[in-house]
Design a protein around this ligand. Structure first.
Ligand code: SF4
Ligand code: SF4
Length: 399
């Protein structure tokens, strides 16, 4: 039985190599350029890159050091559109197919729609994470440029508390307007909520429904400086000064919320974060620097925002090897959620590599792991929620 299964994987792998080498000029170029030996397999699981287009922000969020009133950002910096366009084929060769634009506040970048259009033209799907203040003015040109997913940060179940924390009086109305246009155009809308003391989880769905969100994703706060150019942390904010058990209870509340609203964090990943918070051994190694990257306004490419040294200039990415050292240092949720979702696909890629090299025993060991089953469970669990969104989309389009 096992031999039959491995043979099937082997045949699929061979077909996969053929397809990769005949159809995909970019991968061949990458191999010729000396990229790491997993270049062909990389294609099976598309990678993600978060791109911070500026360090400028127009908000005052208490738990973030980009906040303009903290005056930590002295020089406002902006990614250069022409240079970014030059970097796009390199990111594509690395298997990156999803780009998330962020900041600071990315809508302050005067060419944000141009950056997005260039990304689409290069064969990648752009998403945007914004505080929403400039959405009414910008949403039409973002949609025209190819916006794929719209993410807006929300800090509380109470709109008044959210607006106070952001220092953006009236932002709720602007978010509402922007989300309505996005939804009319079939673009998924997601709230991004940082776990903090302004949130009462059971009351959150009412506000999210009212504003027009399809789903919510939770991220976990960071008090220590990140080390990279990102400033999404605050050593002083009382809103995120959590004791271990308080954070564990917040994670339990997020799990409970799944019954009432579409929550993008899979339970398997929330379990993993609970283990991290309690200092227990974690199960999933992070895909940061392998399938997930961070690019800043200086066009430096980083393994992740929590790392203290960049991998280098994005223009050297063809020659920078994958990071595969099983890191579990932090709980940045975008990286850790993706690590759970991608784990099964990455295991299949590794299995194919091992089979191609004739290491059958290693191939079997890589594929038949409890974590692969858990990853599949997370994918299947989330697929139910995503298909609900798909049904909703169809209804919106025909109405
Ligand atoms: S969380 Fe976002 S909107 Fe708030 S200060 Fe930081 S970068 Fe600006
Ligand atoms: S666990 Fe944290 S520090 Fe480690 S690679 Fe992932 S995001 Fe970076």
């Amino acid at each position: 039985m096992l031999a039959h299964f491995l043979r099937l994987v082997y045949v699929l792998a061979k077909e996969f190599w053929k397809l990769s080498s005949s159809n995909i000029g970019g991968e061949t170029e990458a191999r010729e350029a000396g990229a790491s030996t997993g270049a062909s397999a990389r294609r099976l699981v598309p990678a993600v890159c978060e791109v911070s287009v500026t360090n400028a922000c127009n908000a005052t969020c208490d738990f973030c050091s980009f906040a303009y009133d903290k005056q930590i950002v002295k020089d406002k910096l902006w990614i250069n559109r022409a240079e970014f366009a030059r970097a796009l084929p390199i990111l594509h060769r690395r298997g990156i197919r999803y780009i998330t634009f962020q900041g600071g506040e990315p809508l302050l970048h005067p060419e944000i729609d141009g950056l997005m259009a260039d990304t689409r033209a290069a064969g990648m799907r752009p998403a945007l994470i914004t505080n929403g203040w400039l959405l009414p003015q910008k949403i039409d040109c973002l949609i025209a440029a190819g916006l794929g997913t719209l993410v807006v940060s929300i800090d509380s179940h109470s709109l008044a508390s959210h607006e106070r924390n952001r220092g953006l009086q009236g932002v709720g109305e602007r978010i509402c307007q922007g989300l309505a246009v996005a939804r009319r155009n079939g673009i998924p809308t997601m709230a991004s909520v940082t776990v903090n003391r302004l949130v009462e989880y059971e009351k959150l769905p009412d506000l999210l429904d009212r504003l027009g969100f399809d789903a919510v994703s939770f991220s976990f706060p960071r008090r220590a400086p990140l080390g990279s150019s990102s400033l999404v942390y605050s050593p002083d904010s009382p809103l995120i000064k959590f004791e271990t058990e308080e954070l564990v209870r917040a994670i339990a509340a997020i799990k409970a919320l799944k019954k009432r609203f579409t929550v993008q964090n899979p339970v398997v990943s929330l379990d993993e974060i609970q283990r991290h918070v309690r200092g227990e051994k974690e199960k999933f190694s992070c895909v940061g620097g392998h399938k997930y990257f961070y690019l800043d306004w200086n066009l430096n490419i980083w393994r992740c925002e929590a790392w203290s040294k960049p991998l280098g200039s994005v223009f050297d990415l063809d020659h920078i090897p994958d990071c595969r050292d099983h890191c579990t240092e932090c709980m940045m949720s975008c990286y850790r959620n993706s690590s759970v979702f991608m784990h099964a696909g990455v295991a299949l890629e590794d299995t194919m590599n091992a089979l191609a090299a004739g290491r059958v025993g290693e191939a079997a060991r890589l594929l038949f792991r409890g974590t692969v089953a858990l990853s599949l469970r997370a994918i299947v669990g989330q697929a139910g929620q995503i298909s609900k969104l798909g049904g909703y989309r169809k209804r919106v389009r025909v109405s």
